[in-house]
Design a protein around this ligand. Structure first.
Ligand code: PGA
Length: 264
């Protein structure tokens, strides 16, 4: 018996690719193209660059798309040159804070301890923390995938209470699946890792809370694999990069994966 939730979570992180003007065009077009789709059946979100956050927020109704930030400092203010405070993100209407994307971990050398501070700070300031986790190819080859996910969740969610965990979202994004050189996970593999993640979350927060935490898959999602991945057991949504950065193509993916009794 599948216990899939009705609502599907679909979003994109535009990384360091879109200017303010490009972000506004993208978000405006995406809203126009998807406004007929019930948001009871779909949670749509876009995570642009910091400079584009305010314009993105103003160009799209909150009822159609949630706006997220790609990163956040872990204190409200202080001597942290180059960081962005949660208060600054609140000021521009951000709802989601993406934490621990693979590029933050592996290019910018963030640690699980840093991600944990950001998760706690995001929760304290009323954001949805979207914690990204995933193993590298070498870790997978050594058979360490489950252990890596366990460590990333245990450390990344240290001191998070079961009550707070009700606002968490998690993205499983294996490092080897992301980007132009990535190989997408099969739906079977992604589903099995999501099951592992759900099990770890159950140990941390109890079954009732863990069941309610949206688990999104990301890493080379495209028009051909989106339906299979989105319908796989234990997967609640898709976190998409390149294939979503054109609103027309993102709309195609969105309509293809919608629960069948919704949309047009
Ligand atoms: P991709 O990016 O879909 O372009 O592989 C995914 C991500 O980095 O979240």
């Amino acid at each position: 018996m599948t216990a899939k939730k009705k609502k599907i979570y679909l979003g994109t992180n535009t990384k360091m690719y879109k200017t303010i003007a490009q972000t506004v065009d993208f978000v405006t077009d995406l809203c126009r193209r998807t406004q007929d789709i019930s948001r009871e059946s779909m949670e749509l979100f876009v995570i642009p660059s910091f400079t584009a956050l305010e314009a993105a927020r103003k160009s799209a109704p909150e009822s159609l798309v949630k706006i997220g930030a790609q990163n956040m400092g872990w204190v409200a203010e202080g001597p942290y040159t180059g960081e962005i405070s949660p208060l600054m993100l609140q000021e521009v209407g951000v709802k989601i804070v993406e934490i621990g994307h693979s590029e933050r971990r592996h290019v910018l050398m963030e640690t699980d301890e840093m991600e944990n501070k950001k998760v706690l700070c995001a929760l304290d300031h009323g954001f949805i923390p979207l914690l990204c986790i995933g193993e590298t190819a070498a870790q997978k080859d050594r058979g360490e995938s489950q252990a890596v996910l366990c460590t990333q969740l245990q450390k990344g969610l240290t001191s998070v209470t079961a009550q707070q965990a009700q606002t968490l979202w998690i993205a499983y994004e294996p490092v080897w699946a992301i980007g132009a050189t990535g190989i997408p996970a099969t739906k079977e593999y992604a589903s099995s890792m999501h099951k592992v993640i759900r099990g770890i979350l159950t140990d941390l927060f109890g079954a009732a809370v863990a069941q309610g935490i949206p688990l999104l898959y990301g890493g080379s999602v495209h028009n051909e694999n989106a339906v299979g991945l989105s319908r796989a057991k234990h997967i609640d949504g898709l976190f998409i990069g390149r294939s979503a950065w054109n609103a027309e193509n993102f709309e195609k993916i969105i309509r293809s994966v919608l629960p069948q009794d919704t949309g047009t």
